[in-house]
Unconditional design. Structure first.
Length: 367
């Protein structure tokens, strides 16, 4: 394959500028020659006519040549410059040769420089999209994560940023949050994706529900257990608009695309309230709360019917855990018997205190 074909291939396949590719190849060849001749200042340029890289050296015109690589006699000098004189410095083709080791060095430099140019182009294209949702196609599924093609560029979705239980199928279209754009690839990855953060779910709401995008309905807070359940706290900036109904839609029509994107993950949409008690009741959905007791600024007790007990707790305690995170208080699920026992213990404790006081008075009287 001729050099111009290599350049054409790099231009077409990798979308690089022709002049940039030519400069990179020149740098590679110059690096190879410099490895063989480190003390000789050389330059290189791509020759379109010969389809080759020409290497040049500044030679001194001398009367007696001692080093033919950097010197030439007057007769030779006048082949390049008719009026050359002794002492003139003339830029001429370099006559030194390189071997297999130096050629390998040239290939290394060319590969490194091409990767650097590609990385800079990717960074420039995607940096302004950081923090937004992008679409891609699953390319490869591995234990460490999923490789996704986004606009002819490979992006990586780590397993740690993938919802538990989510299936990976090559060729499927997927949406994800562009979490980070690296200046240089790490383990060949430059675009890092995320499908587990609350921000990803928030952006899905903005994409699917116009009122959320326009801030008519405001998302106050999102808590997630990716792959299992999310709770979204919403408020309306328009008294005539129901925030929950707006997000869910008639027969769930508006939230269905979001649920489809999340797979098996369920989403509870909860209406914001200034009342902490009302907020707790909403946060505990789908369980129906019978009673709420705000114990202090960190703890809240709630009561539900016996048949609602497992629903209130949720799988592996996820429902009550997310509800606690949403309201900013530790929610305790209390049975009536537990409260009666606590109340009895409190009464006994008070009686003990009273008894101790009486004993102290008796002791004082005896003295």
């Amino acid at each position: 394959m001729k050099l111009f074909q290599v350049i054409d291939e790099l231009v077409q396949d990798r979308g690089l500028d022709r002049s940039v590719v030519a400069d990179i190849i020149c740098q590679g060849m110059l690096g190879a020659y410099s490895k063989r001749y480190p003390e000789i200042p050389l330059t290189a340029a791509y020759n379109k006519k010969t389809d080759d890289i020409d290497v040049f050296v500044d030679k001194e015109t001398v009367s007696a040549v001692e080093d033919s690589l950097i010197q030439m006699n007057l007769r030779k000098a006048r082949e390049f410059k008719k009026d050359a004189q002794i002492g003139d410095i003339i830029n001429v083709p370099f006559e030194g040769t390189i071997g297999r080791i130096e050629i390998l060095r040239a290939k290394q430099i060319i590969s490194q420089e091409i990767r650097a140019v590609e990385a800079a182009a990717v960074y420039k294209e995607f940096k302004e999209k950081e923090g937004t949702i992008i679409n891609g196609v699953v390319h490869k599924c591995e234990r460490s994560g999923v490789t996704i093609v986004v606009n002819d560029t490979f992006a990586f979705l780590p397993k740690s940023l993938t919802p538990a239980g989510e299936r990976c199928v090559a060729g499927y279209t997927v949406r994800a949050l562009l979490k980070e754009v690296l200046e240089e690839p790490v383990s060949e990855n430059q675009l890092i994706l995320d499908r587990v953060s609350p921000r990803f779910l928030e952006l899905l709401f903005e994409l699917e529900i116009p009122e959320v995008y326009e801030r008519i309905v405001e998302i106050k807070k999102i808590v997630r257990s990716p792959g299992y359940k999310s709770k979204v706290l919403v408020a309306s900036n328009d008294d005539n608009i129901d925030p929950v109904g707006t997000c869910v839609g008639v027969h769930g029509s508006r939230i269905k695309p979001i649920l489809k994107e999340l797979g098996d993950e369920r989403v509870d949409v909860i209406s914001w309230s200034e009342s902490l008690e009302v907020l707790v009741r909403g946060a505990m959905k789908p369980a129906h709360v019978e009673r709420v007791e705000i114990v202090d600024d960190q703890n809240i007790n709630v009561w539900v019917d016996e048949e609602q007990h497992s629903i209130a707790i949720g799988k592996m305690g996820k429902n009550i855990g997310l509800a606690s995170e949403l309201v900013g208080h530790k929610i305790h699920l209390v049975r009536d018997g537990d409260v009666d026992r606590q109340h009895a213990e409190a009464i006994l404790s008070e009686e003990d205190i009273g008894l101790n006081d009486d004993e102290k008075d008796m002791d004082s009287g005896e003295e």
